[in-house]
Design a protein around this ligand. Structure first.
Ligand SMILES: C[S@@+](CC[C@H](N)C(=O)[O-])C[C@H]1O[C@@H](n2cnc3c(N)ncnc32)[C@H](O)[C@@H]1O
Length: 263
């Protein structure tokens, strides 16, 4: 397994950049879908939880009775201290158990009813070895009837084609810094399926620009299927988007909803 620190991404690890995450990534269909799945779950593990918006909402959904039950827990895991610091500082932050860890080596010695990775966190695993290690972590932390779900952008939809400075330019409003102009640039390596992209934030008032370079991997449903099986996981349903659309070849997302293979 690669050293997660060596692969660390300033976009998440640098507090100056992590402060922009929630400006760009609010509540979306992936969170609503997982929130609905979590209704039946007594415990939820959110891997690559980032700034914790989903985990915080799930903790808020719990009843007073749930909160006193020891096994009704919401756990958020992320290796980026800057992201977890934002999560901990949110209202209700103490209702979630936060763990600073990469997902590959995580061993909590307990199992969950639902394990989620949202916001394309699956794509930060850049090698097949890291993808296998993550799937192994999922298998080791799932209850026999528990379910997992995650999303990875469908390589066939070629989302990176929109990540050019011209097409991605957008204006954000930062509560302290005011107007911020943001844009991306990206290059796709067809051999590895890895997209290297830059994210830039220019603070209009000061003219200062903060930038990070990130890498994410695009994996097809065909490539993912044997990895899931090797980890002892089976897929009940493949979705093509977070609205519950079917898994078509040109769908924007590859989303497996599954569980442990029963012996
Ligand atoms: C695109 S963000 C998604 C955050 C959150 N799940 C959401 O939906 O907003 C990807 C997250 O994966 C985290 N990450 C990076 N490497 C990781 C690893 N090895 N294990 C678990 N999470 C990782 C990053 O720190 C970041 O918070």
């Amino acid at each position: 397994m690669s050293d997660p620190k060596a692969d660390s991404d300033r976009l998440y690890q640098d507090p100056a950049l992590a402060q922009f995450y929630d400006l760009e990534n609010g509540w979306a269909a992936d969170f609503s879908f997982c929130q609905a799945l979590a209704k039946d779950a007594r415990s939820v593990l959110d891997l690559g939880c980032g700034t914790g918006e989903l985990a915080l909402a799930l903790a808020k959904d719990r009843t007073a009775e749930d909160r006193t039950a020891e096994n009704k827990t919401i756990v958020g895991v992320d290796p980026a201290a800057a992201m977890l610091d934002v999560a901990r500082g949110q209202p209700g932050g103490s209702r979630v158990t936060w763990h600073l860890s990469d997902a590959q080596s995580l061993r909590l010695d307990r199992r969950f009813d639902l394990i989620v990775l949202t916001g394309h966190a699956f794509q930060v695993f850049l090698t097949e070895a890291d993808q296998r290690a993550l799937l192994n972590t999922i298998a080791l932390h799932l209850n026999p009837q528990g379910r997992f779900i995650f999303d990875t952008r469908n390589p066939a939809a070629e989302a990176w084609r929109d990540w050019t400075p011209e097409r991605s330019k957008r204006e954000l409003h930062h509560p302290r810094l005011g107007a911020v102009e943001a844009w991306n640039d990206a290059a796709h390596d067809a051999a590895s399926g890895i997209v290297t992209y830059q994210t830039h934030y220019r603070v209009m008032a000061s003219g200062e620009t903060l930038s990070a370079e990130s890498r994410i991997r695009f994996t097809s449903r065909e490539a993912l299927t044997p990895l899931l099986a090797d980890a002892g996981l089976t897929v009940d349903e493949w979705f093509g988007d977070w609205e519950g659309g079917s898994s078509m070849p040109s769908a924007p997302e590859v989303i497996p909803l599954g569980r442990l293979v029963t012996p």
